[in-house]
Design a protein around this ligand. Structure first.
Ligand code: PLP
Length: 435
């Protein structure tokens, strides 16, 4: 069934104004809706699983602020803790008991790290983890994977050229070539490429950084065997293994991907969920590795607003909810049922579409491939179908992130009724996309 385009009058007005203030009218590029139809929607408020834009359109939200909102929008426990703490002041630049409280909740429920350091974003967590790995190993090179995003740190804004192993080429102007030269990029899930990189740069690689659940270029689920092999080669070569769990941390389970695959990395980075919707990141490792950070160690890292009390309050409230018995079982089962119903419908209709999923993450890939583990397996042309679907979904009150390379998130706030409505909207949209 065809439906009309929603009204975007107010959003369009705000966007015109914003373009005079910010490059492209936004403070983070994907928000500009360049990969989908229409003006970016300016959001007015969120509550539970729902969002409202400036024109009063209501949506069921599957973007969840790009991952942090595992409890949904404006969760009462998070809001109340933030408001309680805010009344005592917003920043002191001095230690508070709240930092201990959040660290205790995390560390006493995580087998993989012994100490951590709070920062204010995922990018900062990754940047600091890389510096720590370099300082610890006294080596300079890092190895990353094509299709993994680790924030906008200079040495990680690089992509692979051709061939099995290449030096990175910068993905952004302003990244000096010598920085990119210290970054080796290979394809995901390719044991041969990994082995060759360790041979070619023997004794030089400080760290391998991977999203163990790569979720920034589609959902490129790795095999457990591959991740184990990666762990093994890092150990053999004296290279630190960094799991970037900015998305997967507290998402695929409380212990993130490390717990899910039962693999112990040397350093883990967190962001998004850890801050309950406020700006928090963290990196953690064994006490022995972490004690290389200043003021005890020689690797410098600092932050005016690190461990900010209001942000800690949001993190404490959200993380406490995740520790309730059965939290993940319920959320993951709800997601699995949702995905399974969509898959059955797709199979019945014979559409060229796969839905990949892990935990409460899902990704729609317009393909017939039953497994996609590497970035180069995604056909850019297939994104046109996502673009068409996105328009239909927005018009039916369903908000997905505005790019076919982005994953969707289900939160504890999504009700069965939300998911039934969403499935109907998806089925109707797909009928139009494939007509
Ligand atoms: N690492 C991963 C895996 C991410 O997905 C992101 C952001 O999406 C980052 C790092 C950077 O985090 P932030 O945007 O908080 O700087």
């Amino acid at each position: 069934m065809q439906v009309n385009d929603i009204s975007r009058t107010k959003s369009a007005e705000l966007y015109e104004k914003a373009k005079t203030y910010f490059p492209g009218g936004v403070n983070s590029p994907v928000r500009a809706f360049r990969s989908v139809y229409g003006t970016p929607l300016f959001i007015e408020k969120g509550d539970g699983s729902h969002l409202w834009d400036a024109d009063g359109n209501e949506f069921i939200d599957f973007c969840g602020s790009w991952g942090p909102l595992i409890l949904g929008h404006n969760h009462a426990a998070v809001r109340e803790n933030v408001m309680r703490v805010m009344q005592k002041g917003m920043s002191f630049g001095a230690p508070t008991a709240l930092e201990n409280e959040l660290a205790e909740l995390i560390l006493s429920n995580n087998r993989f790290i012994e100490k951590l350091r709070f920062v204010s974003s995922g990018t900062e967590a990754v940047m600091s983890a890389i510096r720590l790995a370099r300082g610890y190993t006294k080596r300079d090179k890092i190895l990353k994977f094509e299709g993994c995003y680790h924030g906008h740190t200079d040495s990680l804004l690089v992509k692979a050229g051709s061939g099995l192993v290449t030096f990175g080429e910068t993905s952004s102007a302003g990244v000096p070539k010598p920085f990119a030269d210290e970054t080796v990029v290979i394809a995901l899930n390719d044991e041969e490429a990994l082995q060759k990189a360790f041979e070619d740069f023997s004794g030089q690689i400080a760290a391998v950084i991977i999203e163990p659940v790569p979720a920034n270029n589609g959902l490129l689920l790795q095999t457990k065997d591959y991740l184990n092999y990666l762990r093994e080669l890092c150990t053999l070569n004296g290279t630190l293994l960094i799991f970037d769990e900015v998305i997967s941390g507290f998402r695929v389970g409380f212990e993130g991907a490390a717990g899910y695959y039962d693999i112990k990395p040397d350093i883990i980075t967190y962001g998004k969920i850890i801050g309950g919707g406020l700006p928090v990141g963290a990196y953690g490792a064994s006490a022995e590795i972490m004690d290389h950070i200043s003021p005890v160690g020689s690797v410098y890292q600092a932050g005016t607003l690190s461990g900010n009390p209001v942000a800690m309050a949001a993190g404490i409230a959200q993380i406490s909810e995740l520790l309730q018995p059965g939290f993940y079982d319920k959320l993951n089962a709800k997601t699995a049922d949702f995905v399974s119903d969509i898959r059955s419908h797709v199979a019945e209709k014979g559409y060229e579409l796969e839905v990949f999923t892990i935990g409460s993450i899902f990704w729609f890939a317009f393909t017939n491939q039953v497994s996609i583990t590497r970035a180069d397996q995604i056909d850019p042309e297939s994104m046109l179908k996502f673009k068409a679907m996105h328009r239909e979904l927005i018009n039916r009150g369903i908000y997905f992130g505005p790019s076919g390379y982005e994953v969707g998130f289900i939160s504890a706030a999504h009700t069965q009724e939300d998911l039934e409505r969403t499935k109907t909207a998806i089925f109707d949209s797909l009928e139009i996309v494939f007509s």
